[in-house]
Structure formats: structure tokens, C-alpha cells
Design a binder for this molecule. Structure first.
Ligand code: GLY
Ligand code: MN
Ligand code: MN
Length: 433
């Protein structure tokens, strides 16, 4: 548990205030996943469960009723398993430590839950995340229908959780700032160690080592160390290419601290000098990224932001003869998406892509939102419509931004992004060997 039990209690109270009468939120823990035969992936708890309780164990399920009762089902005690994976709480300890009204073993869910939910008319539960709990829920809903002969409406829990999680509290902002600070130092280390004839994975390993040394529990998402044409693959995670003189390297990597994410991207020349065309396109993209950050303030909608970015990128593409036609036509027909297929960014928090919810499907920025701004330009190596010197170049520049009362604060400002700064920093590293 990273915050006091009071913090979690307050969050649960706020949640209950937003719940309709006779409803229940049912949140199972994230599933455990196998990596290969007899080997599990390291377990990452559910962000919603962490947000509301701080409880990190798997095989659990939290129920919060609109009358404010909280019930937590926790994994069964298994002394043999505990020899291998360490102690688990069990219901008494979990209730006391996490200040939950009542705790039971998960194996008792099927006979206890129908009684707990006997007056419930609407359930907030997300199917297709944890199949074991999906089976339990299907049975539960059937039992409730048969027993009480009532219609139970099913709703997406994001409707309740996202509005709480979108605005970050002081303690959450501290955690994100720490995650960003850890990542920032690691990005700088990567720049200093960058050189030709080393493999992408060597830098990836260095990044992991650096963030863990500084207190990160993990990376927030699989790091992208994409050199040369790999930068055109948006979520390239093979990280296996030998880097060559003249390559750009796109590093999109972020630490997770107390389960809070950071998400930073920089693109730079591995041998410390941008080529003429690399410099020209990078400088234009950087100008756009800075313009977009300046634009951010409370009240802007996601659509406003995306539309402005698309306009700026389309102008760039037209100026550089990457696309032809009128600006209006390129935007109307979405031709720009061939070279910029994603959005301006996303909210950042316990998840690297933090959940959003708005009735209008168009989120409006508010003070204490944290988001990324990450324009990119990806020019595929096999695109014969491009000038030869442009083929295979990929750029993305991504910063983490806190929305303030009047504008924004760039949390990841410590990672260089100006051409001269990048060239100087990489060269410092090169001169040391
Ligand atoms: N690193 C994933 C993203 O930028 O959204
Ligand atoms: Mn991102
Ligand atoms: Mn990213």
C-alpha cells in the first residue's frame, strides 16, 4: 500500500457518491498470465483495484455497493504455494490492513455474493478481462435473476472509474513526477551511450537497469528502441537491430513508480549528428510539438487538440512534398494518416493509456489532468512516392504534461530535445570511448 488507508477510503467515498441507487461495482483483480510452460509473466495488479484499495494480490475481487459497503474476496491461503511465492493476506489481515468492511476467501464468492447483491439492480463489471471471474459473474447474474426475478442492468465500470482517475490528486502527481524524473535520467544515459555498431537491445537493457537503480518497480510498457526504419513501426518492441552510422534512434520508454506511469519519446542520431534531411524534418516536428504544448489549457477538448495537430502536420507534409493536394482535401480524406496514424497523445496515470470517459466522447481538459503530447512522422522505407532520402525515417517526440489552472507544465522538460542539445550530449558520450 503506497498511501494511507484514509486516501483509499476517501476515493471509495467519492465513488459511492457517484453511484446510482441499488448498484454495485464489481472489480476483479487482473488475471495472472503464463509466459511459457510453467513460467508466469511478472504479476501487475489491476489499476482500478490499486486506485480504490492499494491491494496488490491476484485472484481477488472487490465489491462496492451504492450503500457504501465494501467487500473484498481474497485468494485462499495455500501454505504449499506460499513456499514458492510468499505469504498472502487472507481475509482477516486484508480487512484490517486495507480497512475494508468485510473480507472473504474468493472460493466463497459463489455462495456469498448472491446474498450481498440481493437488492442490486445494476452491476458495473467489465467482461473479457479476467475469464475466471467472468464465469463467476455469469453464474451470479443468473442466480440473482432466478432468485429475485429482477432485471439486472450491466454497465461499463469505466463510467465510474475514469471520472475519478482522470483528475490527479497531489500525491498522484508526485508519483508521476517521480516516474518521469527516473525516466528522464535514464533517457539521458541512453543518449550518452548511443553509438554505431551496438544492438538496440544493449540500450534497452541499460534503460531497464537505470530505472530500477533509481527505484522504478518496472517499465510502464515494453520499451521501444527503434533504430533506422524500425522507427516507422509504431510499437516496435523486438529491439534486436544492430545500429548503423547515419541511423536515427527512436526511444519510447518510461518507468513505472508506485504503479504510476511515465511515457517519453526522443528521436536522435546515433552518431551525434543529424543529416540534412533528418535535421530539417526533426526541426519542423519539434516546432509543432512545442506549439501544441503551448496550446494546452483547461477547457480544450481532445477533438480541438487533435484537429490542430492534424492541421500543423498536414502543412508540414505538404511543404515537404510528402503529400500533394490542398490542406482541406488532405485533412478531409485523412491522407495524412499514412504518415501520422495515431492521436496527439493520451491521459497518463496508473495506466500508461489512462482510461477516459465523457458522455459526449470528447474529453475536455481540466486542471490536474496529466497527458502526453506526442506528434510523429513516419516515412515507410518502401514508400516509392517519397523522395529516396526520406524513406525509412521515423520521428516521434513525446513529453508528459500536467494541465495547470492557466496552461500546462512539461514534466519531462529535463530530457533534451533541441537539435544542438542532442548532438552535444551524444557527442559527449562518443568522445569518452
Ligand atoms: N508508449 C506508448 C505510447 O506512447 O502511447
Ligand atoms: Mn504515449
Ligand atoms: Mn510513448
Amino acid at each position: 500500500m503506497f498511501f494511507s488507508t484514509e486516501v483509499y477510503k476517501k476515493r471509495r467515498e467519492t465513488l459511492v457518491n457517484n453511484m446510482p441507487k441499488d448498484s454495485a461495482l464489481i472489480l476483479p483483480s487482473w488475471p495472472e498470465t503464463k509466459r511459457s510452460w510453467d513460467v508466469e509473466w511478472p504479476y501487475r495488479p489491476s489499476s482500478d483495484l490499486i486506485y480504490l484499495t492499494g491491494f496488490e494480490e491476484s485472484q481477488a475481487c472487490l465489491i462496492i455497493l451504492s450503500n457504501s459497503k465494501n467487500i473484498l474476496f481474497v485468494q485462499n491461503k495455500n501454505p504449499k504455494k506460499e513456499i514458492w511465492t510468499g505469504p498472502t493476506y487472507g481475509p482477516e489481515q486484508a480487512a484490517e490492513i486495507f480497512q475494508i468492511d468485510t473480507c472473504y476467501f474468493s472460493s466463497d464468492f459463489s455462495h456469498i455474493a448472491p446474498e450481498i447483491l440481493k437488492n442490486t439492480q445494476s452491476i458495473y463489471y467489465a467482461f473479457n478481462i479476467n475469464q475466471i471471474w467472468d464465469t463467476q459473474l455469469n453464474q451470479l447474474i443468473q442466480t440473482l435473476k432466478n432468485k429475485n426475478r429482477i432485471f439486472i442492468s450491466l454497465h461499463d465500470p469505466t463510467r465510474l472509474m475514469a471520472p475519478l482517475r482522470m483528475k490527479k490528486s497531489k500525491e498522484e502527481i508526485q508519483c508521476i513526477k517521480k516516474a518521469v524524473a527516473i525516466s528522464s535520467e535514464a533517457h539521458i544515459t541512453i543518449m550518452k551511450h548511443c553509438r554505431e555498431d551496438i544492438n538496440e537491445r544493449e540500450l534497452y537493457g541499460l534503460f531497464l537497469s537505470e530505472i530500477m537503480k533509481k527505484g522504478a518497480n518496472a517499465e510502464a510498457y515494453p520499451g521501444i528502441f527503434a533504430s533506422g526504419p524500425n522507427a516507422c513501426i509504431l510499437h516496435y518492441t523486438d529491439n534486436t537491430r544492430l545500429m548503423k552510422r547515419g541511423d536515427l534512434l527512436l526511444v519510447d520508454a518510461g518507468a513505472e513508480y508506485k504503479y504510476y506511469a511515465s511515457d517519453i519519446t526522443r528521436t536522435f542520431p546515433i552518431n551525434g549528428k543529424f543529416t540534412k534531411i533528418q535535421k530539417k524534418l526533426y526541426t519542423k516536428l519539434l516546432k509543432i510539438q512545442k506549439q501544441m504544448i503551448k496550446f494546452l489549457k483547461p477547457g480544450l477538448s481532445f477533438n480541438d487538440i487533435q484537429n490542430k495537430l492534424i492541421k500543423l502536420l498536414t502543412v508540414l507534409m505538404k511543404e515537404e512534398n510528402i503529400l500533394s493536394g490542398s490542406i482541406e482535401e488532405i485533412i478531409e480524406t485523412k491522407k495524412y494518416a499514412k504518415y501520422f496514424p495515431h492521436t496527439f497523445g493520451h491521459l497518463l496515470g496508473l495506466d500508461v493509456h489512462d482510461p477516459t470517459f465523457s458522455e459526449t466522447h470528447n474529453i475536455q481538459l481540466e486542471e490536474e489532468f496529466v497527458l502526453t503530447m506526442e506528434p510523429g512522422l513516419y516515412l515507410p522505407p518502401d514508400d516509392l512516392s517519397l523522395k529516396p532520402e526520406m524513406r525509412g525515417l521515423g520521428f516521434r517526440i513525446e513529453d508528459d504534461i500536467l494541465i495547470t489552472k492557466t496552461g500546462s507544465e512539461v514534466l519531462s522538460h529535463a530530457v533534451p530535445k533541441e537539435v544542438e542539445e542532442l548532438e552535444a550530449l551524444i557527442s559527449t558520450g562518443l568522445n569518452k570511448t
